[in-house]
Design a protein around this ligand. Structure first.
Ligand code: C5P
Length: 237
């Protein structure tokens, strides 16, 4: 189960990242770096955290023209990111260009191909928010499944989606498709700004490939115990 838990190191404080990673490295291989952490650590993060046995999910949610995203994803592949995401709403051509660029960078540097993910609809957006923000008549779940299929056709490995959408995505995209789910809240943690949420055990039960947990671990008084409790819940699924 420990390979299915990704801890979001959502802080720009290098010392805190050092402490969190040092505390968690024996039980949590996967860590996620967002813009805050990446702007502090830069690409040095890759050899540093990989050297501690971590795998790195670079969560910069690229969204730009195909040429730009392809370069960004190729560069981050070369530096050693193990998982990279981009907004699926950037379109088929953008995702396809990113995949080709990652493949070339991996081959040229003799490193494994990273897991490439499309972000569907953010887990902080609910049905009403989706209709208001996107002016769409479409049901949110339909939009998520549509974007997941588009990502799959473009050759990405999977998507980031809410745990509530795992089942329809699995039905549409199959068992090998990677589904990474944030919006995870153990019953003992506060929900914060997340809307489409579930517990760690329920996300695993529904078929999540990986779950992403930030504040319930990194803002806990004892992050190690919080991570152990979540892993225990996942094992009980
Ligand atoms: O603290 P919390 O557990 O809510 O953190 C969830 C993490 O997952 C954050 O880093 C957030 O940016 C990220 N994320 C998300 N929803 C998405 C994609 C990424 O919550 N659709």
């Amino acid at each position: 189960m420990k390979d299915k838990l990704i801890v979001a190191l959502d802080t720009g404080d290098r010392k805190y990242i050092d402490r969190l990673s040092g505390t968690l490295m024996d039980i949590v291989p996967w860590v996620k770096l967002g813009f805050q952490a990446f702007s502090t650590l830069g690409t040095e993060a890759f050899p540093w955290l990989s050297g501690r046995g971590h795998k790195i999910f670079l969560d910069l949610k690229f969204h730009d023209i195909p040429n730009t995203v392809a370069r960004d994803v190729g560069t981050m592949t070369k530096h050693g990111a193990h998982m990279i995401n981009m907004h699926a709403s950037g379109g088929f051509e953008m995702m396809q260009a990113a995949r080709k660029s990652a493949e070339s960078a991996a081959a040229e540097n003799s490193i494994p191909m990273p897991i490439l993910l499309g972000v569907t609809v953010l887990t902080s957006i609910d049905e009403d928010g989706f209709q208001q923000n996107f002016g769409s008549e479409r049901q949110l779940t339909k939009q998520v499944v549509y974007l997941a299929q588009l990502a799959q056709e473009a050759g990405l490995s999977g998507v980031v989606a809410s745990p509530l959408e795992i089942e329809p995505i699995r039905r549409a995209c199959g068992d090998d498709f990677v589904i990474v789910t944030p919006g995870i809240r153990p019953t003992w943690a506060s929900r914060g700004d997340q809307r489409r949420i579930t517990t760690p055990a329920a996300a695993i039960d529904r078929g999540a490939s990986y779950i992403v947990v930030g504040r319930p671990i990194i803002a806990a008084d004892d992050p190690l115990s919080a991570a152990e409790m979540i892993l225990e819940e996942m094992r009980g699924a």
